[in-house]
Design a binder for this molecule. Sequence first.
Ligand code: HMG
Ligand code: MG
Length: 298
Amino acid sequence: KMPSRVKIVDVGPRDGLQNEKQPVPAEVKIGLVHRLQDAGLKEIEVTSFVSPKWVPQMADAAEVMAGIQRKPGVRYSVLTPNMKGFEAALASRPDEIVVFAAASEAFSQRNINCSIAESIDRFAPVVAAAKAKGIYVRGAISCTVGCPYEGEIAPERVGMVARLLKQIGVQHIGVADTIGVGTPVKVQRAMEAALQHYSIDDISGHFHDTYGQALGNTLAALEMGVWQYDTSSAGLGGCPYAKGATGNVATEDVVYMLNGMGIETGIDLDKLIDAGKYISDFLQRKPNSRAATAILTK
Ligand code: HMG
Ligand code: MG
């Protein structure tokens, strides 16, 4: 089942930077996107059209999208939690939008201020409007193995949310370990639940690395045939509504692992490390990637 090719979506500019305390100018975010596309990333999750009161770091969403010099063959995605966000995003011509649900009621309330059922009602018109414009729709499911407020999450909850997203026409789902508490077998159970409603080609893994499990979880999902992953340049990030959670698994570490396994990504690791170093230098910290650190100090 092991795939021979993997598609990586770098979510660093969005998931990575959304929780950053220091202001990051639009120009630096754009610089990161440019370096990622030069490194061979074929999809970049750029920003979120969310409430600036909730997530101030993403307030420059339109400016960032407008400043990108698009590269042919690269897809640019943005988060849109409701019609207001979708309408604002439209002018930016995203290739893909992301609606984000949760397998935990408490997390849904904290993150998007509504219940799971209400969130589906809000997403339905967004999905319909996007598809009418030919924009591809991804859905993210947060807290598929654990929740900062509810603890462990049963796979059935993941299956339920996947079914609801399928019903409203969401084309692809990301199974997210928001707080990085998952371990390989638990992640496989969550994936299996999602696979009851989506095919293997329409599912991706989104693993945060809080407990250092994300590479192991990625391998566990690879063994099931999952071939699409969200990762974050330099391991940036964390979710503002998941206290203490760290960034996604570093793109550099995943690419290093896949290179070693002979699995193709189309990404140039050296250029990718440069991209991670660019944003890490701006933030005045070391890249949160073991592979990048090892290669940079060689
Ligand atoms: P709300 O307060 O319930 O919304 O927030 P509302 O409809 O009642 O509106 C309240 C105010 O917000 C109004 O403004 C609206 O215009 C404004 P006011 O009249 O008070 O001046 N508003 C907006 N402004 C800009 N863009 C919008 C928008 N919508 C309403 N789209 C809302 C509901 C969803 C907007 C809010 O809770 C929110 O923005 N949440 C975003 C949370 C977020 O971005 N979280 C991080 C991303 S998800 C994530 O990281 C997880 C993921 O990585 C997977 C994983 O790891 O789990 C994807
Ligand atoms: Mg995330």
